[in-house]
Design a binder for this molecule. Structure first.
Ligand code: HEM
Ligand SMILES: [Cu+2]
Length: 846
């Protein structure tokens, strides 16, 4: 008998008619068909869309790789011109990293996480949809450049000055910079909502230390996305400004420094490697215990390793830059930290081996891929430690040795676990089993093909063959090796094609799977196969790490509606919001339903992207306004305010609706967004101080061009507004909302004063933004505070209106708290900007 949770009141231990409950829930959650399918926000549908789209980009990236291997198969080949070759390699790396690896893993997380933690959807469903559309449109824009023969050609990390308008005239780099920034909206959306969902929507009783390991891995990945992507976004904006407007951030003559780009890129780029590896390792840590038939050895150690990996990986970006002339001490530090990161990885490898050793492993198809992963990834890790040694690094830098290392880590560490995971979860997606024979052929061809292609590149690299060079002369001793490597590449393609064929065919011809076919322990297998749109009819109380092993009856009692929230009577999408640590239920969350707004907003944003690309600035301006209008319109109807849920009946003792609380998921989403924003801001400050102290031609004027008085007036207006907002929030906490609307309008007015005065300071400063880097950087900082102040004012204004409409008040206080968080952030960043850009230079002097 399942323990029915007594903490949270039930509407009855079991509904009289479970089938009716199913139908009602389906009515509320089900996906529309036809054109309306574009409005779907459900995480299962969108997760699958992410994965399928990602696999299509994988095929494109794979075809580009085959073109490269065809060109390098023999010496002196001219089948691609150097120009086209550069485009093809750049696009191979770009597509694989940005359009395949990250989105596919995100898609898997988007699909899996709610099912694993016992939730009905992710906490910001419309954000999932926005993320998907930005990914799709951005990806199409980027790959379309290939068709136009205008693809980026300065390598997937876009080093300046190669990528500057002087050395890369055409539109190639612009496609990359604008397209990738657009796609990153999707990564950030997924990052924010995965963090909040994992922390705040686990089912009742699932304390943090009872959470499946996969959720820990995704939590770390999502946090790393949130902190790691903003430096790249900043760098891309700066480089695009340099190319389009001529603001000299990286150009030495004006006072810039190309090395700043490398820092910003690798501040993102190294964590990126772990952003890809962690979820893949999460798949491994999920599958190994299931196939070994025992719990993982050392859950705590794995969690520790995940957190340490996430932390250290932000401290080693410089190991990509050992050859640029970094001070010796810094080299030693980054070399040591690079070797250190092998420790948490080794912990995980030992945990996996120990779990296999102590269990009775069953060599099913998914396990084959896990073993392939272990072999390849450990080799890649070893060459990684070799590369962390500075003298060795100097020797093989920019040779095919690095290409080999990279693919051992990326293909071994990401692609193999991904396929293992796909095979493992296929029955859940489709209710059918894949074919073992075809699958085994696919595995062995891929494994042998992979090693033939890449093992050999270690040799060509040591023999001095440079990477990214379109051709080579005969007689360098590289000929035979390259031929073998290319043949291996084609073997690899056949293997991968077989795997994809197997997966595609199984949807039609696969044998029906029995429920929970691998005898897994985690909650996603308590779903029907394939799962319903709402995942769980009732939300169980889970206080064990292995719910299905400890209670094999759980799938039935869930379906019979014997657990929490087995009601459909409100007619809205409901699930638990719970305590981040203990998993105790804190509120009932009302999720928004399907909507056109995310699609419309993404379309407007792609118009922004395309018009910037074609330098059609008036259109870009209009599109920005339209996009913001769509987003605000979307935010207007969002939220479970009393008018949208007038009949939300809460029985005495039930947890409150989230709109009636002061720290609901909205506040958490805002806080995580601000974490990303803060990372962007810190990257900017890093840039400012870096250029100031290191850049060779940096020129600082005697006195700051900014009016300190003006800035202080603006800052005081902002601070007063934020202070007043705090006071209103304190009132709401005591259920007082007298003067709320008027207060909001006044706060908004103060915000506009800040914007107006800052603008006046900016215009009065007479900055020569295309001449000196100093002025260009100042301009960016002031525009940053202007945009933030402007948005803060608009949000306060809307709050005033919403109070008038009866959406916000003492009975529904959750929105002002979210806006207050934004204002707090603005106050801090504003004064830091004043200090760093205006006060400090006068005190220290240029
Ligand atoms: C599927 C089989 C693959 C093959 C045959 C292949 C082949 C290659 C080759 C030959 C290069 C070197 C180009 C040059 O230096 O001129 C290269 C570069 C690269 N590959 Fe792959 N690749 C494959 C899969 C992947 C995957 C799955 C990823 C990432 C998840 C990836 C990421 C990269 C990156 C980032 C580069 C850029 C290296 C650079 O900038 O020099 N590749 N690939
Ligand atoms: Cu790195």
């Amino acid at each position: 008998m399942t323990p029915i949770n007594r903490d949270v009141p039930q509407d009855g231990d079991a509904p009289e008619d479970p089938q009716r409950l199913h139908n009602d829930l389906h009515e509320i959650w089900g996906n529309p068909r036809g054109l309306k399918a574009l409005t779907i926000v459900n995480h299962s549908t969108l997760g699958l869309r992410f994965m399928v789209t990602g696999m299509v980009f994988f095929l494109i990236g794979g075809m580009l790789a085959m073109l490269v291997r065809a060109q390098l198969a023999l010496p002196g080949q001219g089948f691609m011109t150097p120009d086209i070759y550069n485009q093809v390699t750049t696009m191979h790396g770009t597509v694989m990293m940005f359009l395949f690896a990250i989105p596919v893993l995100e898609g898997l997380a988007i699909y899996m996480i709610p099912k694993m933690i016992g939730a009905r959807d992710l906490v910001c469903p419309r954000l999932t949809s926005l993320g998907y559309w930005c990914y799709l449109f951005g990806g199409i824009i980027i790959t379309f450049s290939l068709v136009l023969e205008m693809a980026p050609e300065s390598g997937w990390f876009m080093y300046t000055p190669l990528s500057s308008s002087e050395y890369s005239p055409g539109l190639g780099s612009d496609f990359w910079l604008l397209g990738i920034t657009f796609v990153e909206i999707s990564a950030l959306s997924a990052g924010v909502e995965l963090v909040v969902s994992i922390l705040r929507t686990r089912t009742q009783g699932m304390a943090l230390h009872k959470m499946p390991l996969f959720a820990w891995y995704i939590l770390a990945m999502a946090l790393m996305i949130v902190v790691g992507f903003p430096p790249l976004i900043l760098g891309s904006i700066l480089l695009e400004l340099e190319r389009a407007v001529g603001m000299p951030f990286f150009e030495v003559a004006g006072g810039g420094d190309p090395i700043l780009w490398q820092h910003l890129f690798w501040l993102f780029g190294h964590p990126e490697v772990y952003i890809i590896f962690l979820p893949a390792a999460g798949i491994v840590s999920t599958l190994i215990p299931v196939f070994a038939g025992r719990p993982i050895v050392g859950y705590g150690w794995v969690v520790f390793a995940i957190l340490v990996t996430g932390f250290i990986s932000f401290g080693l970006w410089v190991h990509h830059m050992f050859t640029v002339g970094i001070p010796q001490l810094a080299q030693a530090f980054f070399s040591a930290s690079s070797m250190l990161v092998a420790v948490p990885t080794a912990i995980q490898v030992f945990v996996w081996l120990a779990t296999l050793w102590l269990g009775k492993p069953k060599m099913k198809l998914p396990m084959l891929w896990i073993v392939g992963f272990l072999v390849i990834f450990v080799c890649g890790g070893l060459t990684g430690v070799m590369l962390a040694l500075v003298p060795f690094n100097w020797q093989v830098h920019d040779t095919h040795f690095v290409v080999a290392h990279m693919h051992y880590v990326l293909v071994g560490g990401m692609f193999f676990p991904l396929i293992a995971g796909l095979y493992y979860w296929l029955p859940l997606f489709s209710g059918r089993m894949p074919s073992e024979t075809l699958g085994k052929w696919g595995f062995w061809l891929t494994f042998i093909g992979f090693n033939t292609t890449f093992l050999i590149m270690h040799w060509t690299g040591l023999l001095g063959m440079p990477r990214r060079v379109y051709s080579y002369d005969t007689g360098m001793g590289w000929d035979v090796f390259n031929l073998i490597s290319s043949l291996g590449g084609f073997l690899l393609s056949v293997g991968i094609a077989m795997v994809l064929l197997d997966i595609a065919l199984h949807f039609r011809f696969g044998k029906p799977a029995k429920h929970n076919p691998w005898n897994a322990d985690t909650l996603e297998w308590a779903n029907t196969m394939p799962p319903s749109a709402y995942n769980f009819v009732s939300l169980p109380n889970v206080d064990t790490r292995h719910p299905l092993w400890d209670n094999p009856d759980l799938p039935h009692t869930i379906t019979e509606g014997r657990h929490g929230l087995a009601v459909a009577s409100h007619g809205r999408r409901e699930m638990w919001g719970s305590d981040p640590l203990t998993g105790k239920v804190r509120e009932i969350i009302h999720l928004p339903d399907n909507s056109w707004w995310p699609l419309f907003a993404a379309l407007a944003l792609s118009v922004v992207c395309l018009s910037l690309l074609t330098k059609f600035y008036p259109l870009a301006g209009i599109a920005v306004v339209v996009a913001v209008a769509f987003l605000l319109r979307w935010s207007w109807e969002n939220g479970a305010h009393p008018k949208a849920a007038p009949d939300a009946r809460v029985n005495p003792g039930d947890p409150p609706l989230h709109s009636r609380t002061m720290d609901g998921p909205g506040l958490w989403a805002m806080s995580v967004t601000l974490l990303a924003n803060g990372s962007f801001f810190l990257s900017y400050l890093f840039g400012w101080f870096y250029l100031w102290t290191v850049s060779p031609e940096w020129r600082m004027p005697e006195t700051s061009p900014l009016s300190l008085l003006g800035l202080i007036v603006a800052g005081l207006a902002l601070t007063a507004g934020a202070g007043l907002l705090e006071k209103l929030v304190r009132g709401l906490r005591q259920q007082q909302d007298a003067g709320l609307a008027a207060g909001m309008y006044f706060i908004s007015a103060l915000g506009f004063v800040q914007v107006a005065v800052t603008l006046w300071v900016l215009l009065g400063a007479d900055l020569a933004i295309t001449v000196t880097t100093h002025d260009a950087v100042i301009m960016v900082g002031l525009v940053y505070v202007l945009l933030h102040g402007g948005l803060g004012s608009i949000l306060a204004l809307l709050q005033g209106l919403r109070v008038g409409y009866g959406y916000v008040g003492a009975y529904a206080p959750f929105e002002p708290v979210v806006v207050a968080q934004w204002w707090r952030y603005n106050v801090v960043t504003f004064w830091v900007i004043v200090g760093a850009l205006a006060v400090l230079p006068s005190v220290i002097g240029g």
